[in-house]
Structure formats: C-alpha cells, structure tokens
Design a protein around this ligand. Sequence first.
Ligand SMILES: NC(=O)C1=CN([C@@H]2O[C@H](COP(=O)(O)OP(=O)(O)OC[C@H]3O[C@@H](n4cnc5c(N)ncnc54)[C@H](OP(=O)(O)O)[C@@H]3O)[C@@H](O)[C@H]2O)C=CC1
Ligand SMILES: O=C(O)CCC(=O)C(=O)O
Length: 425
Amino acid sequence: MSIMVPSTTPALITPGRQALDSALHQLDRAAAHLGLDDGLRTMLATPRRSLTVSVPVRREDGSLDVVQGFRVQHNISRGPAKGGIRFHPATDIHEVTALAMWMTWKCALVGIPYGGAKGGVAVDPSQFTTRELERLTRRYVNEILPLIGPEKDIPAPDVGTDEQTMAWIMDTYSVNAGYSVPGVVTGKPMTLGGSLGRGGATSRGVQIATLAALGRSPEGVTVAVQGFGKVGALTAQYLSDAGCKVVAVSDITGAVHDARGLDIAALRAHAAESGGVHGFAQADAMAHEDLFELDVDVLVPAALEGVITEANAPRIRARLIVEGANGPTTPEADEILAANGTTVVPDILANAGGVIVSYLEWVQNLQACSWSSGDIELKLRELMLSAFDEVKALAAARGLTLRQAAHVIGVGRVAEAHRMRGLYP
Ligand SMILES: NC(=O)C1=CN([C@@H]2O[C@H](COP(=O)(O)OP(=O)(O)OC[C@H]3O[C@@H](n4cnc5c(N)ncnc54)[C@H](OP(=O)(O)O)[C@@H]3O)[C@@H](O)[C@H]2O)C=CC1
Ligand SMILES: O=C(O)CCC(=O)C(=O)O
C-alpha cells in the first residue's frame, strides 16, 4: 500500500514537505523495529482527517485577504485529537500533517489519553492588527468547527498564537454551542478556565528533560537557545534559574552572546519592549548560524523545523541537544550527531510538558475544578521523568538513540490501541 500524501516534484519541496518526510522516516524506523505489518504502518502514516480551508479576512483598509488554513487529525485511536494551532507564513498541509503525527507519538509516549492533531494558518501575524487577527481566528474556527470539540479535538497554542488566540477560539466555539465550553481549547487565560502552569509548561518540561539528561549538577553548564518566543525565552530563564549559564540566544531579529552568561530576565524585558533580542546592550551580537556551532554543553533549538541539518551537524560542539522545537533535526543530521556521540533528547519527549499541562487543564475544565500550581508541577515532573526513564532504559537495552526509543514506545502504544480496537481488518 502507498502512503496517501500529495505528491510533489523536487522543485516544489517545501520546508513542510521536508518535515513530513522526516516524520515518515522516523515512523518507518519505529515500525520496522516493532515489526508492524505494512497495512498498519500505512494507517499510521496516513492522517485520519485532514481539512484545508479558505479564510477570508477583512483588513483595516477595507480590502479582503484570503488565506489558507488547515486542521489535521493524525490519529484518534487513544482519545480525542490534541495539538496546537500555528500562525506562520510558511505553514502548509505537509508541515501540519508532520506536526500532527508527532503529537500522536508524544501523547502516547507520555501516557496521556489523546491522539494527535495540529492546525495552521498561513499568515505572518506580525503583519496583522489585533482586530484583524481576531477576525481571522474567529473565521478559521468557524471553518474547522465540525472537527473540534472537547471530546473530539482540542487545540492549543503553537508558533504565532497565544492565550488571546485561545480565548477567541473558546468564545467562537461557545457562541456556536450556545453555552460556555472551556474544554474545547487549552492554553487559555486563567479567567476563562486556563490552568496554572500552562504558560511555562513546555519550558519547564525542557528544563526537567535537560537536567535529567545532564545527570550532573547544572551549575555552570553552558547553554545556547535558538528561538526566544513562548518556549525559548522561558527555557532560557528556567535553565538559568537552575544554575546553567545561558551564553547565547536568538530570535528572528538576531542573536546575542555573552560568554559570562546572559541576564535572561533583563533580556526578556528588552525583547518585550523592543520586539526582539537584537540590540540588547549587555551582550555582543552574533550571526544566527554561529549559535549552533558554539562551544557549549547544551543546545536547545526552540524555533522551527529543519534547522539542524547535514550541513551544520558536523560542526555542532554541544554534547547534548534538547529539542524544545518540534522537528528541528533532520534524519541526516541525526545520523551525524549519533556517530559523533552527541545525545539528542527528542522533541516528542523534551517538549511534552506543554501538552501534559494542557491535559491537566482539560481535566480541570471537564471536572469544573482548579488545582494548585504545586499539584500541576508535581504531575508534570512525574509524567516527564517517567517517560524520560522509559526512553533511556529502552535505548540502553536495544542500542537505540533516544529518538528511536521514544518513537518505538510512542508508535508501539498507538499500534497496540489499533490492534485492541480492531480498527483495521
Ligand atoms: N507553545 C507550546 O506550547 C509548544 C511549542 N512547541 C514548539 O516549540 C517551538 C517554538 O514555539 P513557540 O515558542 O510556541 O513559538 P513562538 O511563536 O512563541 O516563538 C517562536 C520563536 O522562534 C523565533 N524564530 C523563528 N524563526 C527563527 C529563526 N530562523 N532563528 C531564530 N529564531 C527564530 C521567533 O522569533 P520572532 O519572535 O522574532 O519571530 C520566536 O522567538 C515550535 O517548534 C513549537 O511547535 C512544542 C511544544 C509546545
Ligand atoms: O498543548 C497542546 O495541546 C499541544 C502543544 C503542541 O502543539 C505541541 O506539543 O507541539
């Protein structure tokens, strides 16, 4: 059987298509390791539901833009579909499919009762006013309304979206339902049923995974972080709070470096005020691409896919890479890193803190209750560390990389759910 994804010619290979190729490659490796038959492997390679929508948006000057939006439910065999919504100009159906597939394995790996989904709208949110973004979000939600719901598919923030976007999604869905439905979306503001700890959850999870992988005192451990958005900025903060020396960070405006360790709180204040890390007076500017090749102990990619490739992997000096972003490392780079003895804590493990606390938020919404930040932190730590230990043990027992082991566990659990449900003939 063949995989049901649109074909492309080499000239049309987008970053999104490359991300999907990486995801399919990882699935193939895991399926071979698990001895899955070809039919089941094909089911797992194919999204369950995939919706492309046109989203008209009235601009402030009265003109009308029409942008493309997507929602892909990769798998729902273990529970409702779950995954963020991305607003980024380069997003396409292939990227959203890859991200949805990674959500499926991530939820299975950390043992929360969800399938995997992702959404995207192909826009640059920085080019839209807040009112335009609100209109765009509401129209996109109306277009994907048949797919989403607290028992069907629960969106959350991702690149270019935030808790305000989630509030508009919750409101649009609720107005259509005729009553308030907080559980339709996670990563909401606290006033609408959001959870304590969700804002920093992905970064807290990256911190937990980093410290677990280091296996030694973090005091003085040097770190470089690519991306200074919701995940990157708080990852830098939490690692710095834990005693690490974050010596370089970057965002789309530039990269900054200080070998003595950056003052992350001051840098966050500067970025909030000026729109990015560029121009931070207490550090030196550096070229974006040089950040990957710094002589640091830990590298945290926390921006987009496909940034660690066969071109720069041979020059990476960090002994530990912890993937805050989804899909930052290509399969070719993975091989080079493994041959060089670099440990990679893979995305579906390292950045699972976000969806773990989303799950806790959803459970609170369904039960109409709220838990303390201590309860949330404890559960997050427990789920992160038990998944980390499982992955590490399997990797050691079978001679796999941490990524291969994580995929074997995640894919294996989803395959088992299919078998038990008898979803395939
Ligand atoms: N938010 C979440 O809960 C979760 C997010 N993730 C993943 O984490 C990653 C980051 O997401 P998130 O922080 O939410 O997104 P944000 O939109 O909040 O931040 C993205 C950051 O990446 C920066 N960036 C984009 N392109 C580049 C580049 N070429 N070089 C350097 N920096 C760049 C952006 O810069 P600028 O702001 O200047 O544009 C911004 O700082 C994504 O891969 C996402 O899928 C994973 C799990 C959960
Ligand atoms: O919190 C969630 O539901 C999903 C977060 C997300 O999009 C991700 O883990 O990549």
